[in-house]
Ligand binder design. Structure first.
Ligand SMILES: Nc1ncnc2c1ncn2[C@@H]1O[C@H](COP(=O)(O)OP(=O)(O)O)[C@@H](O)[C@H]1O
Ligand SMILES: [Mg+2]
Length: 222
């Protein structure tokens, strides 16, 4: 099992005494080769769930096993290392670096995570072409459309061939054509031995996922 999430919970404090239970006792498993989606309306807890599952935010309770290792029993340094080795993350807001080109945005974080390898540039270029960004390789994010930026964020997440890809609304701002390109690529990635957890309110995901969960007010509906 690539990813095993058991009973994770997270509350945020709101105001002085109120708490919002953003994720409430959620469990899921993803095997190699699988694309699992979590669908639900804005505010139901999808981003919170993804951040916890991807090792970026400690749950209040519950466990996350990534490739068999309990992420939150590791030291922060070990957890960072596990993430660098095994995790690709597509953030809802992309977080591209404005002064780097498309190519640089893809290779610089990958090289910096201690995973530089001689074929990094080659892999980046292959992703750039496969995601239809060939004409944009030397452009900076400010010169790109939203759909192009979204695809750069995906390429950056995939360039180190992570065991698990976490994708937050990866089709959120895309027209149908770009949504199709991104979804095809993500399902291809799963088919070729990756594992994907995708969270979205986009109904177009539909049949691309092997399994789907519906989420409402922090819980999975059965
Ligand atoms: N940092 C935060 N502080 C306080 N409340 C938050 C924070 N992040 C999210 N929330 C609240 O938690 C709930 C779930 O948010 P989120 O996980 O972003 O949902 P989604 O991604 O499904 O839109 C919402 O009620 C949201 O307002
Ligand atoms: Mg969200």
């Amino acid at each position: 099992m690539e990813l095993k999430v058991s009973g994770i919970t997270k509350s945020y404090r709101r105001g002085r005494n109120k708490e919002v239970r953003a994720v409430d006792d959620v469990s899921l498993e993803i095997a190699t080769g699988e694309l699992v989606s979590v669908n639900g309306p804005s505010g139901c807890g999808k981003t919170t769930l993804l951040l916890m599952a991807g090792g970026l935010m400690r749950p209040d309770g519950g466990e996350v096993l990534l490739g068999g290792r309990d992420l939150y029993s590791l030291s922060p340094e070990e957890r960072d290392r596990e993430r660098a080795l095994r995790v690709g993350f597509v953030f809802q807001q992309f977080y591209l670096v404005p002064y780097l080109t498309v190519f640089e945005n893809i290779v610089v974080p990958a090289a910096g995570s201690g995973r530089w390898s001689p074929d990094l540039g080659e892999r980046a270029l292959e992703l750039i072409y496969r995601l239809n960004l060939g004409h944009r390789s030397d452009h900076k994010p400010g010169e790109l459309s939203t759909g192009e930026r979204q695809r750069v964020a995906l390429a950056r997440a995939l360039v180190n061939k992570p065991g698990v890809l976490f994708a937050d609304e990866p089709t959120g701002n895309l027209d149908d054509e770009n949504a199709k390109i991104v979804l095809n690529h993500i399902s291809g990635y799963a088919r070729n031995g990756g594992a994907v957890l995708l969270v979205t309110h986009d109904r177009r995901i539909g049949d691309s996922a092997h399994r789907s969960f519906r989420m409402k007010e922090g819980k999975f509906l059965s």
